[in-house]
Design a protein. Sequence first.
Length: 336
Amino acid sequence: MRRVTVVVATIAAAALIALGASGCGDDGDALTIYTGRTESLVGPLLEQFSEETGIAVDVRYGDTNDLALLIDTEGDRSPADVYWGQSPGATAFLAGEDLLAPLSQDVLDLVDPAFEDPDGRWVGISGRQRVLVYNSDLVSETDLPDSVFDLTAPRFSGEVGLAPTNGSFQDFITAMRVLEGEDAAREWLEGMVDNDARPYANNNAIVEAVSRGEVPMGLVNHYYNFRFLAEDPGLPSRNHQFADGDIGGLVIPSSASVVAGTDATEDAERFIAFLLSEESQRYFATETFEYPLADDVPAATGVPPLDTLAPPTGEQADELGDIEGTGKLIAEAGLN
């Protein structure tokens, strides 16, 4: 079976909050981009796109899910031309609401089909693998688990950090619900609670805690530890990959789409193609340590090549769960 990118459909019912509009205005001549990526990370790319093409960009930064809900609320009145999400769940939600336009084949051909919507409504821009970061001064490689399910064993009691409110963690749990079953996901969550898993606010906090020995290990996206090591190569934090096919090694893409109803389709697709250009993809590899998803652009030095990863496989589907259901399951398990 071929590798599958797990896409999570969010039907979050949380009330839509007012979003900060850093760099956002009402310039009808500009390409309007709603993005869940942070300004400090992608701002240089947006500036470069404008400089190279002469196309002005009007950017609304915010939470990925909130921006998707905003587009849904705005409907035909939405000024958004491009939606660039951090997590695949919100993108799948918009696709399910018919709020994303099909991309041209020229754009889709820039990425392996494993990292795009079967109906052509989104395309992957960069990827992240789920890993176990651990402190090599406290944990021997021989003691590391083969499967994420092993972490509920008594020998790991109080030794694992988690970020329950993090989008990638929730994508991981949603994928577990679909590929392993609802009961298996509930049992794992309850097992982690019973095993005194330690909650943290986000992936950065987990890597920091592991590096200073506060907790021996934690579940994160691969690139966070590479960023820490780039700043301080002497840190004892290391990434551990789970066995081939284990749900703990899920590969999650960020993605970009053209918003349905835009009158700037050509410029919107030009922007997405720019994100998939060799120069932009190398930026993601070397500056953020994420996986480039365009053909023939390698990962950063030291990062395991994308084609060596063996994430879980299953049947391709447009939707493989919902974040609202996952959030409820996490809360019911008592992990917060």
